[in-house]
Structures are given as C-alpha cells and as structure tokens.
Design a binder for this molecule. Structure first.
Ligand SMILES: C[S@@+](CC[C@H](N)C(=O)[O-])C[C@H]1O[C@@H](n2cnc3c(N)ncnc32)[C@H](O)[C@@H]1O
Length: 250
C-alpha cells in the first residue's frame, strides 16, 4: 500500500527528475498526454500548464494515490489502472512515466509494445532510479532474509545505454542519459533522513511483509547501517541518487 503523505516527504528532491525529464520532450501541441504511475497527481497537474490544449490523464494502480490525486479539482483526469494493461489511444502523443517502471518486472517488453503502437510523432519519456547498488539498498538487501528477500528485487532496472539499445531496436529516436543528484537532506527529529526517504518507497514491501516487532527490529538495524553509510555534516546528510532517463520518439 502506498501512503501519499509519506511518499511526499522530500517532495522537492523527488520532483526534480520529473521536470528534468519533461524538459527534454519537444512535442509542442500533443492531443492527449498520459502520466503512467502518476502517484498523488501534483506533478501530473503541471503537464496541464505545459500543454493547456491537451487531454491529460493520470493513471495509477494505487487506490490511495488516485484518491489523493482526484481530491483536487482541475483539468486532469485521474483513474485507477495498471500500466501492464495500458495501451496507447490513437491520439496519445506524449507518454510520461516517472519513477514507476522499477516496480514493473516486465517493463522492457511494455516499452517496446508502447513505442510500437504510438502514433507517428509521439514521445515516450521515462525515468527510473538507478541506485539499487547504493549503500542504502545494499543494507536493505543484506538485512532481508529468506522469504522477505523474495519481496525485493536486487536490481530491477537497466542502465540508460540498455534502454537506448532496446528502443532504438524498436525503431525510435532516442535521447538517453543518467544523472547523479546529491540530495542534501536536513537531519530533523530522531530518524535518519535516508530512512525517512526510503520509508516512502523502497521499504514499503518490507514493512508490508513484516509483523510490528520484526519491523521495529529491522528498522533499528537499518538505521545503524544508514548512519554509518551516510554521516551527518553541517546538519545535513549527503544522499547521492543516480537516475536513468530516456526520451524516445517515433
Ligand atoms: C515512486 S511513485 C512515483 C509517482 C509519480 N510518478 C511521481 O513521480 O511522483 C510510484 C508510483 O507507481 C505506481 N505504480 C507501481 N506499479 C504500478 C503499476 N503496475 N501500474 C500503475 N501504477 C503503478 C505506484 O502506485 C506509485 O504511485
């Protein structure tokens, strides 16, 4: 289950890759724009400012996220749906999917299917985190044992060159890059900021799989490891975060 409030911690840091991604889309007057895995919707709504004449839809498989997104009136339509079932409409000129496909095991096949069925001139823009080998994820992986490890995927994404190869092979023109942001997270309250960050995303499956006592023990041990890996300096913790971007056009 996604908790929109916990996910929106560090909203400024989380939104920057979305704007860096969308900034590389050159389509000027799309007829329809879709944001797949739109989350709580505030980033999707910014697309209406960029393309006021377009029909914009946000789709997400989390009822909590769609409830949050739909709560605010505006020109964007939000609906519940799984990206695995989504197919472009004839007027879908822009597809955005930001920080979603790392949760979707067969996403390379989806990307090929989508790019092959978009109308001429359309653009598909995706971003996924590429930080699964960083100390935070390694610590979660090392602490997870037995069945809990099966809830996690060690490295669920390709690199930018891999996605470029995939989409060039499907006939697209590709712009692909990677960026390592260094988020400087303030130390506020008793919890390590990287732990607070990870609770909004990567730790969700761990929390769901563990009972309260096991979770408390897991969280405490993880906090020790994160404090070693990401020490405080000047009241801040430097959290390097690599992200992978691909903008493909047909
Ligand atoms: C990290 S959030 C990103 C939300 C938003 N795109 C953003 O940039 O803030 C990941 C979102 O992907 C959604 N998601 C994960 N798997 C999905 C799937 N198979 N179909 C649709 N949405 C999915 C989750 O419900 C969650 O809202």
């Amino acid at each position: 289950m996604w908790d929109p409030a916990v996910y929106r911690r560090y909203g400024t840091e989380r939104s920057r890759p979305f704007f860096d991604l969308v900034g590389r889309i050159t389509t000027e007057t799309p007829r329809a724009v879709v944001d797949l895995g739109c989350g709580p919707g505030e980033l999707t709504r910014t697309l209406a400012g960029r393309w006021p004449g377009a029909r914009i839809t946000g789709i997400d498989s989390s009822p909590e996220m769609i409830e949050k997104a739909s709560a605010e009136p505006g020109p964007v339509a939000f609906r519940l749906g799984d990206v695995n079932d989504w197919r472009p409409e004839p007027e879908t000129d822009v597809v955005v999917t930001n920080a979603v496909l790392q949760w979707v095991p067969d996403h390379p096949a989806l990307l090929v299917r989508w790019i092959s069925s978009l109308p001429a001139g359309a653009t598909l823009a995706m971003q996924v985190p590429g930080n699964f080998r960083n100390p935070g994820h390694r610590a979660v992986w090392d602490l997870a044992e037995g069945p809990l490890r099966e809830e996690l995927r060690e490295d669920p994404v390709d690199d930018a060159a891999g996605y470029a190869d995939l989409l060039l092979g499907a006939g697209a023109t590709v712009d692909a890059w990677e960026t390592e942001y260094v988020h400087l997270l303030p130390v506020e309250g008793p919890d390590h900021p990287v732990l607070r960050w990870m609770e909004g995303t990567a730790l969700r499956p761990v929390r769901a799989a563990l009972g309260d006592e096991e979770w408390t023990a897991f969280r405490a041990e993880l906090a020790v490891r994160l404090t070693d890996a990401y020490p405080e300096r000047h009241g801040l913790v430097a959290f390097p975060f690599r992200r992978i971007f691909v903008v493909a056009s047909v």
